[in-house]
Write a new protein. Structure first.
Length: 173
């Protein structure tokens, strides 16, 4: 479920494929992918163009389900073994989208673990401003499980998504 090219200017650092994605072999080929493309303001053709957008999850295979029906965390060994090597093949990335708690912890460090997804995403402007050569957006997972959070946090759509869409357009031009 990896999509990578040295020419990509945007990298989506996700968590791990869900059951549907594992079956199709296509990253974000599910309702969460549709929502993510809406957040980015792009269509499928652009999203799946590896020359423009890299997709590099924390785990490369479906990790299984918890008793409550949610996905287990990505297997640690994937990121530990392959992540640095794969990121080294992305020299042109200018925009990094970090999706979900596991990716937040990996890319944003111990502060993301301490704050949790809600507060990490709320601190998006601070994270975004910290590294102008590679703008980073911490995002919640675009899953339906986050509908309530999205409804309670309208600032996300009104504030963060406007900047995200502008940066996506700029990176793709």
């Amino acid at each position: 479920m990896v999509q990578i090219s040295a020419t990509a200017r945007i990298c989506i650092a996700g968590q791990a494929p869900g059951t549907r994605v594992q079956a199709t072999g296509r990253p974000f080929d599910d309702p969460s992918g549709k929502r993510l493309r809406q957040w980015l303001g792009i269509d499928e053709a652009v999203f799946y163009d590896s020359y423009k957008i890299a997709i590099l999850p924390m785990g490369f295979c479906f990790p299984g389900l918890r008793a409550d029906g949610s996905d287990l965390p990505p297997r640690r060994e994937c990121a530990e073994v392959w992540r640095a090597e794969l990121f080294a093949q992305l020299p042109n990335v200018k925009l990094l989208l970090v999706i979900g708690a596991h990716a937040h912890r990996w890319h944003l460090g111990s502060e993301a673990a301490r704050y949790g997804v809600n507060q990490t995403v709320r601190r998006w402007r601070e994270i975004y401003d910290a590294n102008p050569p590679m703008r980073t957006f911490p995002l919640p997972h675009p899953s339906w499980r986050n509908n309530r959070w999205l409804n309670e946090n309208r600032w996300f759509e009104n504030d963060l998504l406007g900047q995200l869409r502008a940066d996506v357009r700029s990176a793709l031009d």
